[in-house]
Design a protein around this ligand. Structure first.
Ligand code: KG4
Ligand code: ZN
Length: 354
């Protein structure tokens, strides 16, 4: 079998509808198009994602988004080598839209269909070396080397994974309750901020003092590589309640200080556990993935700790728009994990794990 060169990726695991065309290069992957349509206006109105509503929007936008991704790439569907699609984990209604569309197109266009685990897909944003014209790609063309340690920080997952090669990895630990992104989102809601909460907290945090409130760093010293963030959210809820009960002035300065303290507490735990895992397994490359990877302070704190401990560890973090959900990462994952499935058998798997 010839190695695939041009892949169309489709991603609909949460509220976004995304399609992208990528091309294999000598060392990494080049993005030819990367289209993402999200129901952001509806999310802001209802304070989150409503699964049924998200799926209904995705049914409307999936074909136009795929058409646009092909048109921008300059390739016709006849020219692509395969179709990659996220088949889990995610919202069942949303996954079905992408999976059934991909199965149909693969059958009609007679192309191989490559199912991709969304969580694994996030990590592959680190193998994208050439971005769209005018946008800087990850580390200007340097792809991660194995073995590497993966930190996945998305809205639903916080996991540490040891990668030995493409498709060969070992799960080291993960969250026992809320994910880091979920903690950002829930704390933002308590602060009356819009959804998604991570970028909103981060914005306020820039004007706040992260030492003002002493919030817990759950499991920071535990011997394993698990996480827990629900207690942090409860502490924030209690703190806000105290302000309300005592009628202390809940000023915008206080809000900024609280946002900065929340951000710092989450980041301290992520950095401590990641660095501990890198040291224990003597790993010289760390790859970050998922929406919270777009947080600049997380990147700065990780880099600072690596430098401070003189670890000589290389840190890979994709540009922000490739940290959050997109189809370019799904197509890229398919290039390095090329396992075609039968379109008459493939099913969406909402509870798929790594
Ligand atoms: O990976 P992602 O786009 O979707 C999932 O697969 O879940 O991650 C979304 C999460 C949300 O919780 C959002 O608040 C968080 O990523 N996020 C951020 C930032 N940008 C997105 N969290 C902190 N700082 C950011 N700049
Ligand atoms: Zn995701």
């Amino acid at each position: 079998m010839n190695k695939p060169q041009i892949i169309l990726g489709i991603e609909t695991s949460c509220d976004e509808t995304a399609a992208a065309v990528v091309q294999k290069t000598k060392d990494g992957v080049k993005i030819l198009s990367n289209v993402v349509a999200s129901s952001a206006v509806l999310q802001a109105k209802y304070g989150g994602v409503i699964p049924e509503q998200a799926a209904r929007e995705q049914i409307k936008s999936i074909i136009p988004v795929i058409e646009e991704s092909l048109q921008v790439s300059g390739y016709r569907h006849q020219d692509i080598d395969a179709i990659a699609v996220t088949y889990g984990p995610g919202l069942i209604g949303s996954l079905l839209v992408g999976v059934e569309t991909a199965k149909t197109l693969a059958t009609v266009w007679e192309k191989p269909l490559i199912p991709v685990n969304h969580l694994l897909g996030h990590f592959y944003a680190n193998w994208i070396t050439v971005h769209l014209p005018g946008v800087k790609a990850h580390l200007e063309g340097v792809t991660p080397q194995f073995p590497c340690l993966g930190l996945l920080v998305s809205g639903g997952h916080t996991d540490l994974v040891l990668f030995k090669d493409h498709g060969k990895y070992e799960y080291l630990g993960g969250t026992r309750d809320d994910a880091a992104g979920e903690c950002f989102d829930k704390c933002a809601r308590l602060l009356g901020l819009a959804y998604p909460g991570g970028p909103e907290i981060s914005k306020l945090a820039k004007r706040g003092d992260p030492t003002k409130f002493h919030l817990p760093r759950p499991m920071i010293d535990s011997k394993d590589f698990d996480f827990s963030f629900s207690g942090l959210k409860t502490s924030v809820a209690n703190l806000i309640h105290t302000f309300e009960v005592k009628k202390r002035s809940y000023t915008s300065k206080v809000k900024c200080d609280l946002a900065a303290s929340i951000e710092q507490a989450i980041i301290d735990v992520l950095v401590a556990k990641t660095i501990k895992a890198a040291q224990k397994y003597k790993i010289k490359e760390i790859i970050v993935a998922g929406g919270v990877g777009a947080n600049q302070k997380l990147a700065n704190n990780l880099q600072f700790t690596i430098y401070n401990l003189q670890l000589k560890t290389k840190l890979h973090i994709p540009p922000p728009e490739l940290c959050t959900d997109n189809a370019a990462m799904i197509a890229t994952a398919a290039i390095f994990n090329y396992h075609p499935a039968d379109p008459f058998i493939l099913q969406a798997e909402p509870s798929l794990s790594l």
